[in-house]
Design a binder for this molecule. Structure first.
Ligand SMILES: NC(=O)c1ccc[n+]([C@@H]2O[C@H](COP(=O)([O-])OP(=O)(O)OC[C@H]3O[C@@H](n4cnc5c(N)ncnc54)[C@H](O)[C@@H]3O)[C@@H](O)[C@H]2O)c1
Ligand SMILES: CC(C)C1=CC=C(C(=O)O)[C@@H](O)[C@H]1O
Length: 241
């Protein structure tokens, strides 16, 4: 039976790229979106055209009850997942004195609580499969080096690295690897033109990264070849550090 991987936030951007790459590499995919079901449906069609299965879950990852309900219902019907890619995330950038309570809360609730809300209900069923498994968490260069205007976002992405490293220790004996991918500046809807212009001189390769470059790294971490890689942060950032 083909292994199944959940990719959160996969109706567009990096998540969509990851979902398509995983399907190309032989996995069935559980797509996830908040509200953009028609965009997710288009990704599902692309996956089916590759000969792989795809289904869609829609919920807000910051809503613990909704996440629990949707995920437990899905694995009850289809069985536990081989892999989880925690990709969905947001920014709400502002210089720290101008950061609002909502900017702080929404980013922490989505990016950091979102990891807990997704992985917690899925991890015991994954362990009970008694097979190898993969958890990949999307951090950011901002979580490693900090970034002006992103105190909230950098905190959430650094928190994910700590969480991943701790969970990796707990799951290592179960053959479930846990790693972070930390992209630099990747051209998606999340990043505006002004940020790209400003950042370019700090990127040694003098270019933004592509969705496909991040997706290839995630898919490698999900492959059998990556079975001895755990508790790591893999940077995909053109030398930005
Ligand atoms: N683009 C970059 O330069 C960059 C760099 C480093 C890390 N990242 C990280 O990569 C991931 C994907 O980013 P992207 O550039 O593709 O952004 P994006 O905005 O294009 O996509 C993010 C996806 O997450 C979903 N999402 C956001 N909040 C959600 C919620 N509460 N519930 C459900 N879904 C939600 C969105 O609907 C969207 O589909 C994010 O975690 C981001 O922090 C991006
Ligand atoms: C360093 C800067 C150009 C940058 C890094 C990471 C981001 C991310 O979304 O993770 C971008 O928001 C961007 O600010």
């Amino acid at each position: 039976m083909t292994d199944t991987i959940l990719v959160t936030g996969s109706s567009r951007g990096i998540g969509r790229g990851i979902a398509l790459r995983l399907a190309q590499d032989g996995f069935d995919v559980v797509l996830h979106c908040r509200q953009q079901r028609s965009a997710a449906e288009a990704v599902a069609e692309e996956i089916r055209a590759l000969g792989r299965q795809a289904r869609i879950l829609c919920f807000d990852i910051a809503d613990r009850e909704a996440a629990n309900r949707a995920l437990l219902d899905d694995i009850e019907q289809h069985g536990p997942y081989y892999g989880i890619i925690c990709n969905a995330g947001i920014t709400a950038d502002a210089a720290f004195p101008a950061l609002s309570d909502d900017d702080w809360d929404s980013v922490i609730h989505t990016n950091l609580d979102g990891f807990y809300n997704i992985v917690k209900p899925l991890v015991m069923p994954m362990i009970q499969r008694r097979k190898a498994g993969r958890i990949v968490i999307m951090s950011s260069v901002s979580g490693i080096m900090g970034n002006r205007g992103q105190v909230n976002y950098s905190a959430s992405k650094a928190g994910l690295i700590g969480a991943a490293k701790a969970l990796a220790i707990e799951l290592a004996k179960r053959k479930i690897t846990v790693n972070c991918v930390a992209p630099g500046l990747i051209e998606t809807d999340m990043v505006d033109e002004h940020v790209i212009g400003e950042a370019m001189k700090a990127i040694p390769m003098r270019r933004t990264g592509t969705v496909e470059e991040v997706a290839a790294t995630v898919s490698f971490l999900c492959s059998p070849d990556a079975g001895y890689i755990t508790r790591q942060v893999i940077a995909v950032n053109g030398g930005l550090c």
